[in-house]
Design a protein around this ligand. Structure first.
Ligand SMILES: [Ca+2]
Ligand SMILES: [Ca+2]
Length: 343
């Protein structure tokens, strides 16, 4: 017994109860503090992360803006390249470096200039030359019915009249008006290449094959190609379109004629796009009779002085490694951008 008359063990038990209550309170406070600290730490971390993210985003946006201006600087450079050529008589080939790279401060641009008349002009199509487009479509790997469908449908799409250019392959309003999502034919020149996707027979796959070899510039005029800049595939398509007019064995005529043209225009160094490139002259090609006859047939389709250039520019802010690409078509006469697109 203790001095209160309580049994000693009972008093210890109370003391333990009292003590365990305070310990419990302390534990709760400690837990609360830990919890608050955790929340505060998480808040601080998330705030830090957010600030870092915002800084990163701002920096990326700055990079994008700068890259855009570097790309526009490239377009200005391309205009300068084109204007430097001055008055053109077609006696010198158009030679552009394959790639121009220019560093400006913290950024740079890369550009390529391509003569638009190295391609087949869809707006120059007529019933007399539509076979050139058929030949081109065969050359890019389309089967004959598909090639004919697309070629005649493009002709119908852009010609003013509403008569079928070909009874089986052409397409005027009745075809387009009976589609699930109906629309009308254009009956006017194509404004841009993407318009092709509206034309009968053109799907994404054939469009991708055709796109590198055709143009819609100029909007008017006849179908003519620059022999000095056209891809061998385009020259072959042109030659193939007229080879049936020859009399004799023509099996290798197209291949050999085009090989001679391409070899001659590349100059002594055998590389295209270098200063020794030459303008193709029939007399200098050492042609056989059939090749000469074919070359003569191609003459009305030759363009000597290009009027439009396609420019691909990539501007980069090198500090932030952010790039911007611009594709534009420049008219030589007034250096105007007749079309441009930022990608
Ligand atoms: Ca038409
Ligand atoms: Ca050369």
């Amino acid at each position: 017994m203790n001095f209160n008359g309580c049994p000693i063990n009972q008093g210890r038990a109370r003391w333990r109860v009292f003590n365990s209550g305070r310990e419990h309170q302390k534990g709760v406070v400690a837990l609360f503090v830990v919890w608050v600290l955790t929340v505060l730490t998480l808040l601080a971390l998330s705030l830090g992360r957010r600030t870092a993210l915002e800084t990163q985003l701002t920096s990326h946006e700055m990079g994008r803006i700068k890259a855009r201006y570097y790309a526009w600087a490239g377009i200005a450079w391309a205009r300068e390249l084109i204007s430097r050529r001055g008055k053109d008589t077609g006696e010198r080939p158009w030679v552009f470096p394959a790639r121009v790279h220019q560093i400006i401060g913290e950024g740079d641009f890369e550009l390529r200039v391509q003569d638009e008349s190295s391609r087949i002009n869809l707006n120059g199509l007529s019933s007399r030359n539509v076979r050139v487009l058929v030949a081109l479509l065969l050359a890019v790997g389309l089967d004959p019915p598909k090639a004919q469908t697309i070629a005649y449908a493009v002709l119908d799409w852009k010609d003013k009249d509403t008569r079928l250019a070909h009874a089986d392959f052409g397409a005027e309003n009745p075809f387009y008006e009976n589609l699930e999502m109906p629309y009308r034919g254009k009956n006017a020149p194509l404004e841009n290449m993407e318009e092709l996707l509206l034309v009968k027979g053109v799907d994404a796959e054939s469009y991708a094959k055709i796109k590198p070899y055709v143009t819609v510039y100029p909007r008017t005029g006849s179908l003519r190609v620059n022999f000095e800049t056209a891809a061998p595939l385009v020259l072959k398509a042109l030659a193939n379109a007229f080879k049936d007019e020859l009399h004799g064995e023509t099996r290798h005529t197209v291949e050999r004629l085009v090989a001679k043209m391409v070899a001659y225009r590349a100059g002594e160094d055998r590389q295209e796009g270098t200063p020794d490139d030459r303008v193709i002259e029939r007399a200098a090609l050492d042609l056989t009779r059939l090749q000469r006859n074919l070359f003569v047939r191609l003459a009305p389709y030759r363009l000597r002085v290009p009027g439009y250039f396609r420019v691909h520019v990539k501007g980069t802010d090198r500090d932030r490694n952010v790039s911007c690409r611009i594709k534009a078509v420049i008219r030589k006469r007034d250096l105007r951008l007749v079309a441009w697109e930022r990608m």
